[in-house]
Design a binder for this molecule. Structure first.
Ligand SMILES: N[C@@H](CCOP(=O)(O)O)C(=O)O
Length: 465
């Protein structure tokens, strides 16, 4: 499989090189040259397969040329062996139409583990036969950081510099990062929002001085391998609910558009998806873009669903690439305008290429209501991000015979103060996280902007002699 950049001028790369590169050298994001297709028979054959085997079947075309099916199977077996539920990603029925896809049974209680447990092993495999020393720069609004750190702590050939917006993530999210003390892990709190941190990451990828000194890579969803791993659970769940004979809809709470883009990829591969509902909180750039073509950046508002407190949604560029007929240079010009003006108008023609999506903006009251509904009607305590997805699912106009699966992206105990405020019930941390709240924390505050971050990385990253 070959990968091309959404901005059209970076070299075409293999899966291995795309995984190690993170972001394309022209500032774009890598996508497969074409979407692989599964036949309806091949999708039907997924019925009854476990999660690992489903992963091997779905990811095989994406890793072709870099990994064999057997090699992938070994990595996936290890990755999903770390999950606390035998089904890896179980599905729970809430009422006649609504379901939850529980993506939080990994080590850090969020959907990010599904991809990062695999990505960590891909890094190890690809680095084993090379002389490379990777410097991973990342931004998190709470969940990516902890999942990445758990997947990469202790690796000799990888240093991780993970920025989070100071004071804007939950105490459990912060501690899941800052209590992982290892020589290759650097937790950095920045004064600002997730968008500021993500902008530092992208700027560093384009910084010639940093690129000369360090072999930069990414664990955010700008890295294609992250999305590939997330495509799997759409197939796994839809098949359990009757695909390919029956179409399923998904409601996805999203900030950076990665998780829902993985659903779009599943649809491009042939999975019959009725609809992808993009659920945002009040940081609603994606809702505005999909409902009225207005992709303009607002101010990031801190909410009870901090992982979605994002305005610049990296992966939206991957959808724009398809929406504009895969015209890389055209998209590069569009993104240059967006970076300057902080706004972009999506034409009716382009919007017509995205009919699979609808969207909803869920405010705090609607979020609390959905959280209480799940508790009262189905006895399920859910987290604020999942509640936003569920609220959007319940507002949709889909007919009752279409099953709607809401992605349960995090365990409620990651956001126990917010859940308690909304429901009156305080979720308990699973026993496997025992001691988290008592452990020593290590984190540096970065005072200043990009230069201060770059100075920190320069002073602490290892380079291979
Ligand atoms: N919601 C994320 C923000 C980073 O997004 P990513 O999917 O690009 O890694 C988080 O919780 O860190």
């Amino acid at each position: 499989m070959e990968y091309v950049s959404t901005r059209g001028s970076a070299p075409t790369l293999s899966f291995e090189d795309v995984t190690l590169a993170g972001l394309a050298s022209d500032g774009g994001l890598y996508v497969p040259r074409e979407w692989p297709r599964l036949t309806q028979d091949e999708i039907a054959d997924l019925a009854g397969l476990g999660y690992v085997e489903t992963c091997v079947r779905i990811c095989a075309p994406f890793v072709k040329g870099s990994l064999t099916g057997d090699e992938l199977r070994v990595l996936a077996t290890e990755a999903y062996g770390s999950f606390a539920h035998a089904a890896t990603v179980p599905v729970v029925q809430l009422d006649a139409q609504h379901w939850l896809m529980e993506l939080f049974h990994g080590p850090t209680l969020a959907f990010k583990d599904v991809a990062l447990q695999l990505l960590g092993r891909l890094f190890e495999t690809f680095l084993a036969n090379s002389e490379r020393q990777l410097t991973i720069i990342g931004a998190t609004s709470g969940d990516t950081g902890s999942a990445a750190i758990h997947a990469l702590a202790g690796l000799e050939r990888v240093d991780v510099f993970m920025m989070h917006p100071k004071g804007r993530i939950s105490d459990v999210q912060r501690r899941q990062m800052t209590t992982m003390i290892a020589p290759n892990i650097h937790n950095l709190a920045i004064e600002g929002s997730f968008d500021d941190a993500q902008a530092h990451v992208k700027r560093m990828f384009g910084d010639p001085a940093m690129n000369r000194r360090f072999d930069l890579s990414a664990v955010n969803s700008i890295n294609w391998a992250r999305l590939m791993a997330q495509v799997v659970y759409y197939f796994y769940t839809a098949v359990r609910l009757g695909a390919p004979e029956r179409k399923v809809a998904f409601s996805v709470p999203t900030g950076n558009f990665g998780d829902v883009f993985a659903g779009y990829v599943a649809a491009q591969m042939g999975l019959p998806i009725e609809r992808l509902i993009v659920a945002t909180n009040v940081n609603d750039i994606l809702h505005r873009a999909l409902s009225s073509g207005d992709y303009s950046v607002g101010t990031v508002t801190a909410t009870a669903a901090p992982s979605m407190d994002i305005q610049v949604s990296s992966n939206f560029e991957r959808l724009l690439f398809d929406m504009c007929g895969r015209d890389g240079p055209g998209l590069a010009a569009m993104m240059a305008g967006f970076e300057k003006e902080k706004r972009l108008s999506i034409s009716d023609n382009m919007q017509a290429a995205a009919t699979l999506f609808t969207s909803a903006r869920i405010d705090p009251d609607e979020m609390s209501l959905a959280l209480r509904w799940a508790q009262a009607e189905a006895g399920e305590l859910i987290d604020p991000h999942t509640a936003i997805g569920l609220a959007a699912a319940r507002q949709s106009d889909l007919p009752p015979h279409v099953p709607i699966v809401t992605l349960a992206t995090a365990h409620p105990s990651k956001f126990r103060d917010a859940v308690e405020r909304a429901s009156g019930a305080r979720p308990r941390l699973p026993n496997r996280l025992g001691g988290l709240m008592d452990r020593e924390e290590r984190c540096e505050t970065i005072h200043g902007g990009y230069e201060a971050f770059a100075d920190y990385v320069s002073a602490h990253a290892r380079v291979r002699a």
